[in-house]
Design a protein around this ligand. Sequence first.
Ligand code: NAD
Length: 503
Amino acid sequence: MTVLDDNIIKAREYMATFREGGVLNHIAGESVPCLTGETMDTLSPVDGSVLAQVAKSGAKDVDHAVAAAKAAFPAWSTTPGTERRKILIRVAEAIEARAEEIAFIECMDTGQALRFMSKAALRGAANFRFFADQAPAAEDGRVMRSPTQMNTTSRRPIGPVGIITPWNTPFMLSTWKIAPALAAGCTVVHKPAEFSPMTAKKLVEIAEEAGLPKGVLNVVNGLGETAGKRLTEHPDIRAIAFVGESRTGSMIMRQGADTLKRVHFELGGKNPVIVFDDADLDRAVDAATFMIYSLNGERCTSSSRLLVQDTIHDDFTARVAEVAKRIKVGHPLDPETVVGPLIHPVHERKVLSYFDKARQEGATIAAGGEKIGEAGCFVAPTLFTGATNDMAIAQEEIFGPVLTAIRFRDEDEALALANDVDYGLAAYLWTQDLDRAIRMTDRLEAGMMWVNSENIRHLPTPFGGVKASGIGRDGGDWSFDFYMETVNVSFPRAHHKIPKLGG
Ligand code: NAD
């Protein structure tokens, strides 16, 4: 038996409860079907088979979950930060203990390769540990003294919050939102993506087994336009943290307007990796290919536009094409696999449509550009060359293992090309010239930039985008600014003169 065969058997065991009982909602500590009993399928990206039936919730299910989060809020928000810390550390430990189970389920539900998902489960635990450690000081503020007053600020958890997540790396992403919300003292209703609901349910079960009180974290499955919409409109939900497409973000902003929702958006990207001819090209090839072909290219910070100086363009893109052609595409549970199947036939159709667009627009397909096999959503790692920045393949987020290369002459042109998109999430810059790096990073329109590096996250740093890529920042204390309200209390420092009116 191969390692893959062994892994497939294990994954079946890990998913047995979902296969037999479905992926239910989790409200006030109980696993419950939705009120109508309706379900939807979650499919295997490997062969399109049905992995499990998922609760297809409506507005009333969301209302129940919000009521549970509201009921749990007074106790959780007043639980001392030191106590919340202990509970959340236990959650982190429980995630670590079940990392393999989480990773295997995630691979089967999303098609992401095990070599990346095993780390993603541990990153989820790291998110819990990091924010747990911040919990004791989360409500701390500042003292500001004027001549007459002493002002003290402090922070309070904003209330029950809604968290809406996408399907690309759902476990890691959800913990990135849920952990700071819980550390801040908020209670949560989580609406996972309909394409990949399994690990959200695992997370709440693991968290409650580790001691998280019932009702503090609730999960409602269902479609975005019904369950998700109701969550964004619910008057008892104080804020919505959303990760997903830019146009969904716009919808959520409209839906939340009547109840004046605070929103935090992590949206799409079309991130440039800019390579100058003075760069360490070996490292640049590795980083550029890693950032587009890892995680199936279904990654908001993927380096999906390769801007290369014309002096090195042909050699550099030839090297990238070589890497793309050598990448192993295969079953997500095969430890050798780099690119697994895309999440769903709907998404696969979208990605494949860009192969046609590239041909119509006159770009060259230097690698890939085709579906692999009949069964499952397997797509070859792809490189387009000869593209110009006005093409759809250069402007639109494809969200697959698909890279569009564009040549530039000099710094000004590189900058103009990099900034000439709606998005502004991340940018990657390769040059040995420090002055140029400073000039470029000063003017690049992106929320996050990495110089001579792939995306390496450090949890205390701010994460988020500009332009159509988002509103707000996560990470470090920025997360608490979102999940908490800052209040100011002013005391007199002396008997100052109060204006007398009316006499
Ligand atoms: P999506 O916007 O289609 O869906 C995301 C979530 O929103 C799902 O749970 C969905 O059910 C829900 N939703 C859809 N319509 C809704 C509505 N009207 N009201 C409330 N909720 C609604 O995104 P996706 O296709 O699942 O994910 C891919 C996108 O996510 C890409 O654009 C990617 O760049 C983005 N993303 C961004 C980041 C980041 O940090 N910036 C990270 C990962 C993914």
